[in-house]
Design a protein around this ligand. Structure first.
Ligand SMILES: [Zn+2]
Length: 437
């Protein structure tokens, strides 16, 4: 009896030791996130992977060998809408204690493959970024307009996406709220004559923060507005806020939290090359000190004041003034930028509001009206808005309504309506809006 127990124990221990030694990494999940110009494949692994890979042509493939036990993973259940990746399958590895994955591609690509350490809610991961060729990419931003009366271009950025869910509510991911609101802001802007919106992120995929400003820059955006919803460690804080760039670190607790949240987002989204690129950060810091930042920062601040004013009409405000933080997404020296926190997803009441269609609509409208008002008041030269704004007339001595109407090719009643005039009397130096004929 004693002997059997001992041998059982021995077998148990041996098994335990063997499995431990042979375990290596095991594959626990696969996610495919296609964005317009890149497909990201994320492997969830039981521990940090040791891996090698190579590419093959005819047909185009990427072969990845990961140290660990051969897998019994069902790849057919992985959702795949990538225009580049045909399928992922397992194959037999040449080395022992290794499993092999083969990615079948529609065209050749230069993969960027890197591992990521655990960041909530994910564990160890192997990330494969597969850039699409220009032909396959759908990011062709076409802005063709006569330079005399060009549109004001607004880059609308939905925070987070893909493997980076952003702040977590009880039953909501920030990345989904931000995308819904961003799409609505963009739609409203696109309905406005003289304005055009570019969606920086249009689906559920991650874009690193530098790439977000790069997309805005490529679209020659006059403004980058990044939409977020706050999260905090306790459910108490609530209310919307607007953030603009500060060259110093945030001094409020929430501000530091948001800065940290952004770092976390980079870790989750896994922009390996950006995280390691401290040199570029130094460059940015120096650029920030440059006087050329002034215009961008002033415009960003001007817009944020208007947006806050509008948000205050539809939701509780967390802070009544624009807040300052040192956030990478705001750091493009040439593009005025602001970040809108629509509310706290970690506050139960506000989470429910942020999930409701009616409230999302109100927030989107407030952001749109705020932006529009800023550019109506200070239109950039050469835009349609500038051309409209220029159409005003200062009444000179001896002028009357019909003389002015004739001069601008409008009718007297149009002129009266545009200026809400009750009588025909004008005073000298009075400013009249000239409506479009
Ligand atoms: Zn966020």
């Amino acid at each position: 009896m004693f002997k059997t127990t001992l041998s059982k124990l021995f077998i148990l221990l041996t098994c335990w030791w063997l499995s431990f030694a042979a375990l290596g990494t095991s594959l626990e999940g696969v996610r495919i996130w296609p964005s317009p110009d890149n497909t990201r494949v994320v492997l969830d692994l039981s521990k940090a992977p040791k891996y090698t890979y190579f590419t093959l042509t005819n047909p185009n493939r990427i072969v990845v060998d990961i140290q660990g036990k051969p897998q019994d993973f069902n790849f057919t259940k992985v959702k795949n809408t990538s225009p580049l990746l045909k399928e992922i399958r397992k194959s037999s590895a040449k080395k022992p204690n290794t499993f092999r994955l083969v990615l079948e591609l529609k065209e050749a690509t230069k993969p960027i493959i890197f591992s990521l350490t655990p960041t909530k809610p994910y564990g160890d991961r192997l990330v494969m970024d597969l850039p699409h060729s220009a032909a396959l990419s759908k990011t062709k931003v076409e802005i063709s307009q006569p330079s005399s009366e060009r549109d004001i271009v607004i880059a609308v950025d939905a925070g987070h996406g893909g493997d980076d869910p952003g702040a977590l509510g009880k039953r909501t991911y920030e990345k989904n709220i931000t995308l819904t609101i961003a799409k609505q802001v963009a739609a409203k802007i696109n309905r406005e004559k003289g304005m055009q919106a570019i969606l920086v992120r249009s689906g559920d995929y991650y874009i690193n923060l530098n790439k977000r400003s790069e997309i805005a820059r490529k679209s020659q955006a006059d403004l980058l507005v990044s939409i977020h919803a706050d999260g905090f460690k306790n459910p108490k804080p609530r209310g919307a806020s607007v953030w603009v760039l500060s060259t110093r670190r945030a001094n409020s607790e929430i501000g530091r939290w948001i800065e940290k949240h952004e770092e976390q987002s980079e870790l989750l989204g896994g922009a390996g090359e950006v995280i390691n690129n401290t040199e570029q950060d130094l460059f940015l810091t120096r650029t920030l000190l440059d006087m050329s930042m002034d215009h961008s920062m002033n415009t960003g601040y001007g817009v944020s004041v208007e947006v806050l004013k509008e948000l205050g009409k539809v939701t509780k405000l967390h802070k009544k003034r624009p807040e300052h933080a040192s956030l990478a997404v705001l750091k493009s020296p040439d593009i005025p930028s602001l970040l809108v926190e629509a509310g706290f997803i970690t506050n139960h009441e506000e989470e429910n509001l942020l999930r409701s269609k009616a409230h999302q609509k109100k927030i989107a409208n407030a952001v749109y009206v705020g932006i529009k008002r800023h550019f109506e008041n200070s239109p950039p030269a050469g835009t349609y808005f500038a051309a409209i704004a220029a159409k005003s007339h200062i009444v000179q001595r001896g002028e009357n309504l019909s003389v002015i109407a004739k001069r601008y090719g409008v009718t007297v009643s149009q002129l009266k309506r545009a200026n809400k005039l009750k009588s025909d009397t004008l005073r000298v130096d009075q400013e009249l809006k000239i409506p479009n004929s």
